[in-house]
Design a protein. Structure first.
Lengths: 339, 339
């Protein structure tokens, strides 16, 4: 990049560098005429202030870091959408890193962002995260920090969540109200808090409606994929042909379940009812349309950035900041798969 | 953030700041013992080099900017995936901005990234882009720059593209080979080069197979949405009940077409065959499964970053760089909607 410096502007106009600098910052002790001359020349030369130098002075990068498990994922891409929209509104840029559900990658990325001196970090943990030294490092360095969706309950930071247990309870209760009495659960991996909470919600709903819990009806995803949904659907029907309802950890996996049932001519919702979680776009376009739990992903992004900005601003003003948890509402969306 | 400076390390160890700095950079003229003491203390204090200061010295930010029309979009999120993966491999961070298909937003974002002094910019134009002063600004400032997918032919920069015309030709020829003789086209908006090229490919295929072109069979999307697909499907069947094939600009819109046909009991592929473009994930899970053109989105991201890095490195070494265009292959994927 051809660097146009204050020096060149000063030399061209025959004034001091200090005056040029003051003029660009609109100091009152520079005459309007000089200001105009400097601004006009700066504009015509395409001068842009050196943001590194500005950063060094203000210690602000106006950039935040975002670490998420994956981008090609309807839920996460909607959250990103919300974060970028809100950041943009407030003049912040967003560096996005994806951990690909790997803990070593996640650790490296936290280190990168800390080295980069971002003004704050927003994060959703990878499924592998069962150790949180790298997260504690963020807290120790007093970098503003917000977790959303996949959080660690042990970390004292702001969080944006839904009540996964309650949402799962409502989904399973919906199946029961539709007449299901033998309900399988395809759950998420062992570590993530939200997989644990959804499983607990499933158990609670059975309990409330006097349906005995049977651990053999619980199937655990490793990678939370479409293919796993297909494979588990087959296994469930083979092992428990009388299952009449399935609560699935997320829509992507539930769509796999429906794909297998379609291929195998198992009628949904007649023989088995299926409900997913997250309300992915594709859930409303497949056959049968999938009932699910709506999770406000865009709003989750907006709320995460807002919380982060509160903390960034408090820090700037040397005020103390008490981490807060924002809980967003969910709702069961009834479609064809549970009619 | 509590700032741990070289000064503190120097004072604690009773050595000079220069020695600390040299030790951290592994200079040969510092004894291994001193190096170890500095590194140990730096690590235990959680010292991270101030990246702003490093940036100022090297004029490298190791950060690139990416501007895309939208994140919640299967094609773009896969490209992002490829870009982030390749950037990560090479030690670069990616700032992602979305233009929301708005030209004023796109201009503002280019300015932001230039002010931020990113090492390079990758971009796919918004549908609104019909003026390219802001793009010329990137070139004028000699910032390494790559365009992908939605490009402007007039800008002298590296590009990663597919041959949209050929890909569309193949898609329409596929419909013809399957027996279609009255083929409608739901095209993209007026400005984007890829919408124009796909339209030209459609025309060419008709021409080659001696099917007269009829402009009344061409329907133009404004927002390229699922809802537009539904609305156009209805309009096409009402206005031209004998249409037996539809080539749709992208899968999202084609899925809307199928949704309307399913609701209206119009049989696909029996009465009308439908082919989309881009091979979104959902195309293989809907009923009927959608035939489409596979576009290597992840590879497009990887190729874009590689080209950008070539230019960044050439610039660093003060070598001249000649922009190149990389063209990736596409293929027709036959599924149920054109059987």
């Amino acid at each position: 990049m051809r660097e146009i410096t204050l020096k060149q502007i000063a030399e061209t106009l025959g004034i001091s560098i200090t005056t040029v600098s003051k003029a660009l910052k609109n100091y009152p002790d520079v005459s309007p005429k000089t200001k105009k001359a400097v601004l006009d020349l700066a504009t015509s030369l395409g001068y842009t202030p050196n943001s590194f130098a500005v950063n060094l002075r203000t210690k602000e990068s106006r950039t935040i870091g975002l670490i998420i498990p994956e981008v090609v994922h309807h839920f996460f891409s909607s959250v990103i959408d919300g974060i970028i929209a809100e950041a943009e509104k407030n003049g912040y840029l967003v560096i996005i890193l994806q951990s690909n559900e790997s803990l070593p990658m996640e650790k490296k990325q936290v280190e990168l962002l800390l080295n980069k001196r971002v003004d704050g970090i927003i994060m959703s943990l990878s499924n592998d995260s069962n150790d949180d030294d790298h997260i504690k490092d963020i807290i120790r360095k007093e970098v503003p920090f917000v977790m959303f969706d996949k959080i660690s309950k042990l970390i004292p930071c702001s969080k944006v969540i839904i009540d996964d247990q309650k949402a799962a309870f409502n989904a399973v209760q919906h199946l029961i109200q539709k007449g299901c009495s033998k309900i399988a659960h395809i759950r998420g991996p062992v570590n993530p808090q939200n997989a644990i909470d959804r499983f607990l919600g499933y158990k609670k709903a059975l309990e409330k409606h006097n349906i005995p819990f049977d651990s053999k009806l619980v199937y655990t995803c490793k990678n939370v994929t479409f293919e796993e949904g297909k494979a588990f659907a087959k296994q469930i029907i083979e092992e428990h042909p009388d299952v009449d309802g399935i609560f699935v950890i997320t829509d992507l996996v539930a769509v796999g379940v429906l794909a297998y049932f379609n291929d195998a001519n198992i009628e949904v919702p007649k023989q088995v009812k299926v409900i997913g979680f997250s309300n992915w776009f594709m859930s409303q376009v497949i056959t049968p349309k999938l009932s699910t739990v709506d999770q406000p992903s865009f709003d989750m992004g907006v709320a995460s950035f807002k919380l982060l900005l509160e903390e960034i601003n408090a820090k700037k003003d040397l005020l103390s900041f008490k981490p807060r948890t924002v809980e967003l509402d969910t709702s069961v969306i009834e479609r064809e798969s549970t009619l």
